[in-house]
Design a protein around this ligand. Structure first.
Ligand code: TRP
Length: 457
């Protein structure tokens, strides 16, 4: 070991005393983790990619990826954070004693930055829909499809995107503790409205075909890309692959059970996806809305569902506000990653880092905002718009790569992991086995298959 390596490779005790002292309460941690994972990924992204990439068969693939790869990586990220007690790159360097692991920081920033750029656009749509719903624009007989196309075909989405960046930046500058407390009310309130809505739309004539589309798998509907997108979304939905959960892990008490937290986050996330699917697909079939239309799906189907219920404008408005706040808690956890890095690495003040990062992120997001609805033509390459490319590269390439780094780190590099994970012997063996032999190989296979280098017959 070189002198430098000896300095940075610290024993667990040293890390505990020199690392961050900030701690979550137990329920605070679980709420923060669920708050980060539940967001637009469940209500907006999951239904539209399910509609595009194979319906029930895709849902099944997603569930398998989430259970088999997502949950083990989630425990791994939290364990690394708790073991290293620093920002993601710092924790990886501390635990391995090798500086090369700091490059994970670069990957995570790229991921966070690109996701945030289009996430803010969609969060902006949510705010717009809250406003128009309270204004009475979502009612029986309104052409919800035309309303949406008109909206994203113009430049108003850029204004809303700007508002989202502004609010997120404002929260991040002041520290995020306030909004995390809000999760306590927000998450159950969303579930209540969703359950109510689900019961209502399941009673619509023709809803059964939607349930079938969502829950009865037809494997011939899967495309080459389906499994890559399913894997990417397992990471996206659980907020994995770019350090969010490592960052949160650094504030977790030694005594807290990571296994229990993982079950809560994974279960909560699946529950939201299930509810979203059981609302959106019955609605699309009842109203003749195209389920494979892409990113606009939720903003066409949900208004249609609300317009069919009594006091729909009120429930719709409340729902979109809650969804906007759920999106904001995720935005905060995304924007914090590059900001923390700039503060850590370049010694910037928090104000400077927040202003510059938010401004850059806004600019990168503008082409997304104006390409998805065709406000500006020409921002399309091949099958995808600028918006879709940003999402595709960040979610389906960068996040699984980040996940691969995590599995290799815990499976092969980190020597002391056994004492840190706090799992019982049997679970630990299973977990380590998955991280060593199952998850990395599956991730690689998925990459090879989707890039066309490998085909399964
Ligand atoms: N998981 C969030 C959602 O489903 C989005 C998100 C927040 C995220 N933080 C992340 C995605 C980190 C990937 C990585 O809406």
């Amino acid at each position: 070991m070189s002198k430098e390596q000896r300095q940075i490779s610290k024993s667990d005790k040293d890390i505990e005393s020199s690392g961050t002292k900030e701690r979550f309460t137990r329920s605070g941690f679980i709420l923060a983790a669920i708050g980060s994972s539940v967001g637009l990924g469940n209500m907006w992204k999951f239904p539209y990619i399910t509609g595009l990439y194979g319906g029930a068969a895709f849902f099944l693939l997603f569930t398998i990826c989430l259970l088999l790869i997502g949950l083990p990586v989630l425990i791994a990220e939290m364990t690394i954070g708790r073991g290293g007690r620093g920002s993601p790159a710092t924790s990886l360097i501390r635990l391995s004693g090798q500086r090369i692991w700091g490059s994970f920081g670069v990957l995570s920033i790229a991921g966070a930055f690109f996701i945030m750029s289009f996430y803010a656009v969609v969060a902006g749509w949510t705010l717009h829909y809250a406003v128009i719903s309270f204004g009475g624009a979502i009612r029986e007989g309104v052409d919800v499809e035309a309303t949406f196309n008109h909206f994203i075909g113009g430049f108003l989405p850029v204004l809303w995107q700007f508002v989202v960046m502004l609010v997120t930046g404002w929260i991040v500058i002041r520290g995020a503790s306030g909004i995390e407390k809000f999760n306590k009310v927000l998450i159950p309130a969303l579930v209540l409205i969703l359950l109510f809505l689900m019961v209502r739309v399941l009673m619509l004539p023709g809803a059964g075909a939607g349930v079938e589309f969502f829950l009865r798998p037809d494997f011939s509907k899967l495309s080459n890309e389906s499994v890559l997108v399913a894997l990417g979304h397992a990471f996206f939905s659980l907020s994995l692959g770019m350090g969010t959960m490592m960052t949160y892990g650094a504030y977790v008490d030694r005594e807290q059970s990571l296994g229990a937290a993982t079950l809560a986050v994974g279960g909560g996330d699946l529950l939201y996806a299930l509810l979203a699917g059981l609302i959106i697909f019955p609605t699309t079939f009842a109203y003749g809305i195209e389920p494979g239309q892409g990113p606009g799906l939720a903003f066409v189907a949900l208004p249609a569902a609300f317009s069919a219920m009594p006091l729909g404008w009120l429930f719709g408005g409340l729902f979109f506000i809650l969804l906007a706040i759920a999106a904001l808690t995720s935005c905060v956890s995304l924007l914090e990653v590059p900001i923390a890095f700039a503060i850590d690495r370049w010694g910037w003040g928090r104000n400077k880092a927040t202003v510059i990062t938010s401004a850059l992120c806004f600019l990168v997001g503008v082409p997304s905002a104006i390409s998805v609805g065709g406000a500006v033509n020409g921002l399309h390459w091949g099958p995808r718009s600028f918006f879709d490319w940003t999402d595709f590269i960040a979610s389906n390439i960068i996040l699984p790569l980040g996940g691969l780094v995590v599995t290799i780190f815990v499976g092969y590099v980190w020597k002391n992991v056994a004492q840190q994970a706090g799992l019982t012997a049997g679970w630990f063996m299973l977990w380590l086995f998955i991280l060593r032999f199952v998850a990395p190989i599956l991730i690689l296979l998925v990459f090879l298959h989707s890039s066309g280098l490998l085909s399964f017959g």
